[in-house]
Design a protein around this ligand. Structure first.
Ligand code: APR
Length: 226
């Protein structure tokens, strides 16, 4: 069975990483227009870099939880495409062999001039130079609001081919990810949502299991692989 899974911030919540739209979420503590747009980076790169340094340190201190580990187990038994909106590396550290980061990754830096990518240092400085083209045009390899998500061709193909699409820990507020269930469903996939609460695009799913990901995801994976 071909399975495409999309994860959001909710799968990392029980690892201690903040989600975005909860009452104590990241977008309650920081304005998106101050830290998560190209305009913000042009206006005050230091503020943006400090925001991602803080998130990079939190992600490095966090541990993968039972939900991340269950998806790694699933990959050993089914044709699984794992797409994440998250920028932490908890899926990789849980052992998932292939993780498609559509919103980029905290542990990568990139060059705005030549597109080169390299492992990000723990803290990034505005004066960092690109190791490939030597220009001072480095930035976090994060997809900001208004920018085009990464790997979309591969993701649309995986949604097209999926027999089962599963969204885990995402509120369904941000496109194109919020449209994935509808797209997969139109192409014949069964759509399942594993979340703490019903998402904004709940109508696009055939089934829903509500509860903490560290319980619902291992239970679901065990139901598939025993
Ligand atoms: N188990 C399962 N689900 C959970 C848990 C948990 N322990 N804790 C929270 N959730 C659910 C919430 O109910 C919510 O629906 O996770 C979802 C988190 O929603 P958001 O905070 O909106 O995060 P996400 O959907 O990943 O945001 C998508 O928006 O701001 C951008 O780029 C950012 O990738 C992010 C995108």
């Amino acid at each position: 069975m071909r399975i495409t899974v999309l994860t959001g911030a909710g799968i990392s919540a029980e690892s201690g990483l903040a989600t975005f739209r909860a009452s104590d979420g990241l977008w309650e503590q920081h304005r998106i227009e101050d830290v998560a747009t190209p305009e913000a980076f042009a206006r005050d790169p230091g503020l943006v870099l400090r925001f991602y340094d803080m998130r990079r340190a939190a992600a490095a201190a966090a541990q993968p939880n039972a939900a991340h580990k269950a998806l790694a187990r699933l990959a050993a038994h089914h044709d699984l495409t794992l797409v994440t909106q998250n920028v932490d590396d908890l899926h990789e550290r849980a052992g998932s062999p292939r993780v498609i980061h559509m919103h980029g990754a905290l542990n990568r830096a990139c060059c705005a001039a030549c597109g080169h990518r390299w492992p990000a240092p723990a803290t990034m400085a505005v004066t960092d130079f690109c190791p490939a083209c030597s220009r001072p045009t480095t930035r976090p390899d994060i997809v900001w609001f208004g920018e085009i998500p990464q790997h979309m061709e591969e993701i649309w193909a995986a949604l097209q081919d999926a027999d089962l699409f599963v969204a885990i820990g995402t509120s369904g507020n941000v496109y194109p990810a919020a449209g994935f269930a509808q797209h997969a469903g139109r192409n014949g996939a069964d759509c399942l949502e594993l979340n703490m609460d019903a998402s904004s695009n709940a109508r696009d799913f055939d089934r829903r299991i509500l509860g903490p990901a560290t319980r619902t995801v291992p239970d679901w994976v065990d139901s598939l692989i025993g």
